[in-house]
Design a protein around this ligand. Structure first.
Ligand SMILES: *Cc1c(COP(=O)(O)O)cnc(C)c1O
Length: 388
């Protein structure tokens, strides 16, 4: 059975055909190294700056505050390692949350082995941080607060404006991983008053292997990759021109279409949620249903394994995730769901349904048509269900 129903947009998105079309010349007639001297190469530099402008517009940033990297992961690493390396004489304390993406969590874990102290803020059972907890944990040695904007597994949206304000009142820099929010909802770095922010191309219908770090001009950080003077000396390496053109076009389309995507996709997501609640007993909706990405639905289906449901769904042409794509291969329960206070077995029975702009209403109808019978069949074989 071919893959017919894709519900895994938080893992990755297909490149929009309009983006792909715009990239293609940069593999052939426009292959030049933008650093070269001749005119044709200079034109590539101009195209790169136009892409930078499009990304800046998506974030309401200044053009010279946009730095191209290889991924959302690299942007998170550059922000956290770059600032801690720069400010290590000033302090050694970082504050983050328990539900960050591994790109942030494992960077912090690495730093804690290098003499930094890391505080992981808890979240409530809906995945929301309490700003008062941040206030309490700030100390004289705190040099960075890094809290994600929207969570990739449960979609919960954090009050980053309030959190960055608290950090700034104590003179501390604020970074946010906005990989899941940018391109889906308005992310305005001026309004939110953010110092550094990460985004990723392949989560917004651009090509893979392309990211952006927004960094305010007055914030100084150390580079992590050394070489030529690319990206104003912050990130060496000949530019990934097709990737840059791609994220630029993807940003432009996101500005034009995100509102429309929200209007169309939210009712479809809500319909799936309602369908699951009405047809399957003993489920838990994970995440904050008020402050949540409109495309994301995370549900624990008790007494069975998420992976078994995924396998059955895969056979019927559905692609979705259990917990996070990164942790689902390890079969460890998701750190995000455990942070909400879910029991191990509840976290194991979780499904993440994440929608995107190519989903149709009929996809949702099909999912809520097949899911209940799969669950019933798996539960009929489950000793936990029989003994509940
Ligand atoms: C996907 C994702 C990343 C990593 O981005 P890549 O470009 O795949 O490295 C980081 N943070 C969040 C929240 C993500 O969803």
């Amino acid at each position: 059975m071919n893959l017919k129903y894709y519900f895994d947009y938080n893992s990755t998105t297909p490149t929009d055909p309009r983006v792909a079309k715009e990239i293609i010349p940069y593999f052939s007639t426009k292959f030049f190294n933008p650093s070269s001297f001749y005119r044709k190469a200079g034109e590539i530099s101009i195209d790169i700056e136009n892409a930078r402008e499009r990304v800046a517009k998506l974030l309401n940033a200044e053009v010279n505050e946009i730095f191209f990297t290889s991924s959302g992961t690299e942007s998170d690493n550059l922000a956290i390692l770059g600032i801690t390396s720069k400010l290590k004489e000033k302090g050694n304390h970082i504050i983050t949350s328990k539900i960050e993406h591994p790109a942030v969590l494992n960077t912090c874990k690495y730093l804690s082995k290098k003499g930094f102290e890391v505080t992981y803020l808890p979240v409530d059972k809906y995945g929301l941080l309490d700003p008062d907890d941040l206030k309490k944990e700030i100390k004289d040695t705190t040099i960075l607060v890094t809290i994600m904007h929207a969570n990739n597994e449960i979609g919960t949206i954090q009050p980053v404006k309030e959190l960055s304000k608290i950090a700034h009142q104590r003179g501390i820099l604020f970074h946010t991983d906005a990989v899941q929010s940018a391109g889906k909802m308005k992310v305005d770095v001026k309004e939110l008053d953010i110092d550094m922010l990460s985004i990723s191309s392949h989560k917004i219908y651009g090509p893979k292997g392309m990211g952006v770090l927004f960094k305010k001009k007055k914030v100084k950080i150390n580079p992590m990759i050394f070489g030529g003077a690319h990206e104003k000396g912050l990130r060496a390496g000949t530019e990934n021109v097709p990737g840059i053109i791609g994220i630029g076009k993807a940003a432009e389309l996101a500005i034009l279409e995100m509102h429309e995507n929200e209007k169309r996709l939210k009712p479809i997501r809500d319909k799936i949620e309602k369908g699951i609640i009405e047809t399957i007993p003993d489920v838990i909706i994970n995440g904050n249903t008020d402050k949540r990405l409109y495309n994301t639905l995370n549900v624990s289906i008790k007494y069975i394994e998420g992976e078994s449901i995924l396998a059955f769904l895969d056979n019927q042409g559905f692609a979705l995730s259990s917990g996070s794509a990164c942790s689902s291969k390890s079969l460890e329960p998701s750190h995000v769901l455990l942070a909400l206070g879910l029991k191990h077995e509840e976290a194991h029975g979780s499904l993440r349904i994440s929608l995107g702009k190519y989903n149709k209403k009929e996809d949702a109808d099909k999912l809520i048509e097949v899911l209940p019978s799969i669950v019933e069949r798996l539960r009929s074989m489950s000793p936990f269900w029989k003994n509940k």
